[in-house]
Design a binder for this molecule. Structure first.
Ligand code: 2P0
Length: 329
């Protein structure tokens, strides 16, 4: 392959898992223990421009205008090595990444980050990869990035190896009534990374086999609920699935949790609203912040209740978003 002479820029959006990925079978290739399913979101995205250049003596990576060093730099360089191997090139790259996540929205950026990088770097290296192969490449950077290649509802089929562990769209255009209310309870960096947390759960939780079994069932149930536009089943099973993921962490040795006191307060608010007849369900990733799946009927009430508890600026309403796109200036 021959690298492009101009930078290639790509945009990818973050996603929220409804059936979570929490554990790897292969840490190097990032092959998960169960298939997962997510909704790509419209407001949170990453733009990344990449150019492989002869004259560079090392990869040069900037993130929101700051040059990366140390572990963060090495993680991206290792990913670029995968791209270089695939394309048969040796040039180093300049990488410019801008994260468009409303200031510290507390949403994971590794999904949108590695999806955008997979798109921009592969094309800048001269490769033209189909979406499935882009998702396999994104997976090598971060598991959740596998799903961010696609818009709307997307799945990551666990597979067994590099070839058959990939993402695919379930419903890229979400033409039904669904919104996500994101609540930012803290912007502090988490103490236990997803990578460390899931490794501990696989190794030490006695419930891990039950997780794999129930997550596999949840995947099929949520997939059918999407097909049937059955919001209640989708919400109910997503909430259960999130709680079981967090139960793995509570049952690890040593036990840990991503919840804080406000997480529990927010959960109780949503449970009460649901009991009062509002269609809303929460899900929680590897951090204390919660996201609420809602139908239109519930959005206003969910937003006002959460704002009264946590402040106006803590609450954002987002909708289904698109998959990977290439940007030409
Ligand atoms: C998910 N999370 O399915 C789950 C649910 C967080 C909770 O995937 O080690 O950054 O880079 O593959 O993708 C976050 O973990 O972890 C994640 P790596 P990743 O979205």
């Amino acid at each position: 392959m021959k690298p492009t002479t101009l930078p290639v820029k790509a945009r990818a959006h973050t996603n929220i898992a409804l059936v979570k990925y929490w554990g790897k079978k292969d840490e190097d290739l990032i092959i998960p223990q169960n298939s997962s399913l997510s909704l790509t979101l419209d407001q949170f995205y990453t733009d990344t421009a990449v150019q492989f250049r002869d004259e560079l003596a090392a990869d040069q990576i900037t993130f929101n205008g700051r040059t990366l060093t140390g572990d963060a730099q090495r993680k991206i360089s290792r990913f670029l090595n995968v791209v270089r191997d695939l394309a048969g090139i040796t040039e180093f790259a300049s990488v410019e990444t801008t994260n468009h996540v409303p200031t510290a929205a507390g949403l994971a950026s590794s999904a949108s980050g590695f999806a955008a990088l997979a798109g921009a770097a592969s094309r800048a290296a001269g490769l033209q990869l189909a979406p499935r192969d882009l998702s396999r490449l994104a997976r090598r950077g971060s598991g959740s990035a596998t799903r961010s290649i696609f818009g709307g509802f997307a799945a990551w089929q666990m597979g067994h190896n590099d070839e058959d562990s990939y993402g695919y769209p379930i419903a890229e255009n979400v033409n039904w009534d669904i919104a996500v209310v994101a609540v930012v309870l803290t912007t502090a960096a988490k103490k236990i990374s997803s990578r460390q947390g899931m490794r501990a759960a696989v190794k030490t939780s006695p419930y891990y086999p039950a997780w794999v079994q129930t997550a596999t069932q949840d995947f099929e149930t949520v997939r059918k609920a999407i097909n049937d536009k059955d919001f209640e089943t989708l919400g109910h099973v997503s909430e259960e699935n999130a709680m079981r993921m967090h139960a793995l962490n509570l049952s690890a040795d040593p036990s840990f949790t991503y919840f804080n006191a406000d997480t529990l307060r927010a959960m109780a608010i949503i449970t009460d609203l649901r009991a009062a007849g509002y269609p809303c369900y929460f899900t929680i990733d590897a951090g204390p912040n919660i996201k609420v799946l809602c139908q239109k009927l519930a959005v206003e009430k969910v937003v006002s209740s959460l704002q009264s508890a946590f402040g106006e600026d803590a609450v954002l309403v987002v909708h289904p978003g698109p998959g990977l796109t290439f940007i030409t200036d």
